[in-house]
Structures are given as structure tokens and as C-alpha cells.
Design a protein around this ligand. Structure first.
Ligand code: NAP
Length: 438
């Protein structure tokens, strides 16, 4: 019997557990650890609460989780409750699937002013992540600036704009829903340092932005190159550009019918944040794109801002004893191999790009590599103590472990507490989660 520890129960973690199960069947025992008492990581805390069909992928992970030889070990902080060195003593392979939960910083003056948040914080707040439940963003004033032109920026702009009817069926947590519905936002400026032909937003999500009840997207016609150049774009990007062109063609009287304007300010790079305690404006430099890169033109202006959300990417949390690539913000690895017996998958391996499905081949690939390392003798000829040995240590340390069965009780309690039409009302603090699990 071989023993595998997967650290992180999000998409990367569960696709890897699934791959291991398929590869070795009863010959392997897989423990999937999570810092929190609840599984699924990005699916629960990152995917937008109004995108329930995407969240449905957790049913596939549940199938894996319910296998005899796979178990969920929640509420365990690796690096604190148990060290990486200890895990390596207990398991033949330790795989980090910890994602990229920290916001990248712009490194600009004024970035620590009040009411400036990174998207991990803001998305975590409306998705009920215990770390960000108390964020308390001030939505009582009119102009939000969202920095970045990727799908996270789109999620944030859409969630800030939706009406109560549009939130039907969403699992946005109660504290956030109340605050969002009481917001006084009139304008959202999406700042992108490049242009329409470099946008990272995908067509389906851009289409949703064009169909909001109380918000209307505005794009400047002058930002586009000649229409003939659209034909040179790859099909996905071409569709996104078609959406942007349709936004640019919205007549003024139609904009006027909507309470919120979502303005795309392209070729605009943030320079510094202005304000005393709270943010009041963003100083921006006009850019042009040269060889695909944004280059400053020296022309600057100010965009008023009562709140700022930066949506510019994420970094993995370093863990003691795991080599880290500071520049890239993820574990130092060679195709997922970190050190003999230590691996990484998903965003912790590749950085924060791709869809949820991108993690699936990652999981299968690392399992193949572990199989190679097993065959090559890299992981020793004899299996380690695994599950039993971990349980002995956990008992000794009095770790309060949450099992998958415990999680199902939390899930049931969250489903019972759901408001009409919503799938669940999430617990937003660890204590309540644990209480519901007992
Ligand atoms: N519904 C969905 O399918 C969905 C939803 C959410 C997220 N996702 C995926 O999750 C991944 C992460 O999404 P994301 O939106 O965080 O990342 P992203 O797609 O990489 O977009 C990041 C944006 O931030 C900008 N940016 C980065 N550094 C900047 C700086 N210093 N100043 C100004 N702008 C800066 C980038 O501009 P440049 O392009 O110029 O670098 C880009 O527009 C993506 O693969 C995304 O597609 C998917």
C-alpha cells in the first residue's frame, strides 16, 4: 500500500485524488487535507455565487471523496498543526494543491488606503470565506474602480451591479447580499492597461455583462483598431471583441435607462491612489500597446474612486520547508516536481491561469510522474505509515479533525438555512462550521 497526502481540497486536489484512485485503485490510500473544515476551495470561495452550474462540479469531487481509499481531513493547518517534514515521513508522496489564495500587489503609493481591496479579499467576502467575512467594504458612495480586465474583474463588476431578482438562486452570503442591495454605486470603471484586442475576459462572461437589469457597459469606439483586424484574432478573443464592439454601439438613451454605468477605461494604467484615510481617486497614466505590452505615454489623469478592487492575479501562500519561487509567486517546481516525494498541482504549480477544467490534466499528469518515481525507486521500495500513523499523531496533538461525514452535516445545516430560492446559506466562521459538524 502506498500513501499519498494532498494538501488542498479544491479542484486541483480532487482531480489529483481522482487520478490516483484510477491509477492504483485499492493499492493506494489518499488523505486530502484542508485548512478549513469545509472542502472544495476555489469552487466554494472563488467561483461567483451566481454561477451555480460551475459549482456543480463539486458533485464529481464528492464521488471521489466517497471512495473508501480517499478521505477528507479538514481543519488541519499544514506547516503548523503538522510540519511538511512530518508529512514526508508519513506519506510516500506529498502533493501541494493549495491554489493561489493571496492577492498580487500593485506596489503603488496609497495602496493601503481604506476601501481598497484585492479581489481575493472582496470575492472572499461575498463568498463567505472565514478570513474575509469581516471585510465590511463601504458601498455607500458612488464610484467603484475595478483594476484589471480579466474574468475576476468581470465577476466583481457583475456582482456589484446585480438586483435582488438577479441574485435569485445564488449563494452570495447574507451579510454581503444586504450590503450589495443597499449600495449606492452609480458607476464602475474597469481600468485596463491594454486594449480590446488584449482583453482577458471571455465571451460568455462578457455577454452576461451586456444583459444586466440595472447596469449598462460603456466602451469607447475610439479604443478599437480597424474592424478588419478582428479577423486575425483567435476565435474566443474575436467573440469577446464582438461583445465589446456591441457595448460601444449602445445608444446614449439606453445607457440613461440604467442606474449603473460600467465604463471600460482602456489603455489606462494605475500610477498611485489618492485620499487621506479612505481612497478618493486613482491617478492613471494613459498607455499605448507596443509589441503586445502596455507602455506609458506620460499623459496622466485622475479617476474618482470611493472604492477600489484590484483584480490583477494571485500568489500561492509559502509553506515552511517548501521551496518557493518568489518572483512567480508559486512553489518552485519542474513540471510539478518540487523535491523527491514532494509535488504540486494546479495554481500552486502553474500560477493563477486557466479554467477549473485545466486542473484535471494537471492531476493526471502528476500521478503519472509519481508512478514513474515509484517505478524508478525515487520514493523508496517500502510504503510509509500513512493514514494510521497520521491518526496516531493527530490524536497525540488533539487535532480537531473534520471528516467528510462531518462536512456532510455542515452541508445539510447550510442547506436548511438557505433563504428561499438559494441553494445554501454558508457558515462564515470556523467555529459555527465545527459546531454544525458535531
Ligand atoms: N467564469 C470564468 O470562467 C472565470 C471566472 C473567474 C476567473 N477565471 C479564470 O481565473 C484566472 C484568473 O483570473 P484573473 O481575472 O485574476 O486573471 P487574468 O485573466 O490574468 O487577468 C488579470 C488582469 O489584470 C491585469 N493586470 C495585471 N497586472 C497589472 C498591473 N500591474 N497593472 C494593471 N493591470 C494589471 C492584466 O492586464 P494584462 O493582460 O495587461 O497583463 C489582466 O487584465 C483566469 O484564467 C480566468 O480566466 C475564470
Amino acid at each position: 500500500m502506498r500513501h499519498i497526502a494532498i494538501i488542498g481540497s479544491g479542484p486541483a486536489g480532487y482531480y489529483t485524488a481522482e487520478a490516483a484512485q484510477k491509477q492504483w485503485g485499492d493499492e493506494v490510500s489518499v488523505d486530502v487535507f484542508d485548512l478549513l473544515p469545509v472542502p472544495y476551495g476555489l469552487i466554494r470561495f472563488g467561483v461567483a455565487p451566481d454561477h451555480q452550474s460551475i459549482k456543480g462540479v463539486s458533485r464529481r469531487y464528492e464521488k471521489t471523496a466517497l471512495n473508501e481509499n480517499v478521505r477528507f481531513v479538514g481543519n488541519v493547518a499544514v506547516g503548523k498543526d503538522i510540519t511538511v517534514a512530518e508529512l514526508r515521513e508519513l506519506y510516500d508522496a506529498v502533493i501541494f494543491a493549495t491554489g493561489a489564495p493571496n492577492d498580487r500587489q500593485l506596489g503603488l503609493e496609497g495602496e493601503d488606503l481604506d476601501n481598497i481591496f484585492g479581489s481575493a479579499e472582496f470575492v472572499g467576502w461575498y463568498n463567505g470565506h472565514p478570513k474575509f467575512a469581516d471585510l465590511d467594504p463601504d458601498l455607500s458612495k458612488g464610484h467603484v474602480v475595478v483594476i484589471g480586465m480579466g474574468n475576476v474583474a468581470l465577476d466583481v463588476a457583475r456582482i456589484l451591479s446585480k438586483t435582488e431578482t438577479e441574485f435569485e438562486g445564488a449563494d452570495v452570503v447574507a451579510h454581503a447580499l444586504e450590503s450589495l442591495l443597499g449600495s449606492k454605486i452609480e458607476k464602475i470603471t474597469i481600468l485596463g492597461r491594454r486594449g480590446p484586442h488584449q482583453i482577458m475576459m471571455t465571451p460568455k462572461e462578457l455577454g452576461e455583462l451586456g444583459a444586466l437589469e440595472r447596469a449598462s457597459p460603456r466602451v469607447d469606439k475610439d479604443d478599437f483598431p480597424d474592424e478588419a483586424e478582428d479577423a486575425l484574432l483567435e476565435p474566443g478573443l474575436r467573440k469577446s471583441v464582438t461583445h465589446l464592439r456591441s457595448f460601444a454601439a449602445i445608444p446614449e438613451d439606453m445607457h440613461a435607462e440604467k442606474a449603473i454605468e460600467i465604463e471600460f477605461d482602456m489603455f489606462a494604467s494605475p500610477v498611485r491612489f489618492l485620499g487621506d484615510e479612505k481612497v478618493e481617486a486613482v491617478k492613471v497614466e494613459r498607455t499605448k500597446v507596443e509589441a503586445g505590452r502596455a507602455v506609458g505615454t506620460g499623459e496622466t489623469y485622475e479617476v474618482p474612486a470611493s472604492m477600489v478592487i484590484t483584480c490583477i492575479g494571485y500568489r500561492t501562500s509559502p509553506i515552511p520547508d517548501v521551496p518557493f519561487d518568489e518572483r512567480a509567486g508559486r512553489f518552485a517546481n519542474d513540471g510539478g516536481r518540487i523535491l523527491p516525494g514532494m509535488y504540486c498541482v494546479g495554481w500552486a504549480r502553474r500560477g493563477p491561469t486557466g479554467t477549473i477544467g485545466t486542473n484535471r490534466p494537471d492531476g493526471y499528469d502528476i500521478v503519472e510522474k509519481i508512478a514513474e518515481d515509484l517505478d524508478g525507486g525515487v520514493l523508496g521500495r517500502k510504503g510509509k505509515g500513512g493514514r494510521e500513523a497520521f491518526d496516531a499523531l493527530a490524536n497525540q496533538r488533539k487535532l480537531d479533525i473534520v471528516t467528510f461525514r462531518d462536512w456532510k452535516k455542515i452541508e445539510e445545516a447550510e442547506e436548511e438555512a438557505a433563504r428561499a430560492g438559494a441553494p445554501r446559506e454558508k457558515f462564515v466562521d470556523i467555529e459555527s462550521m465545527i459546531k454544525a459538524s458535531r
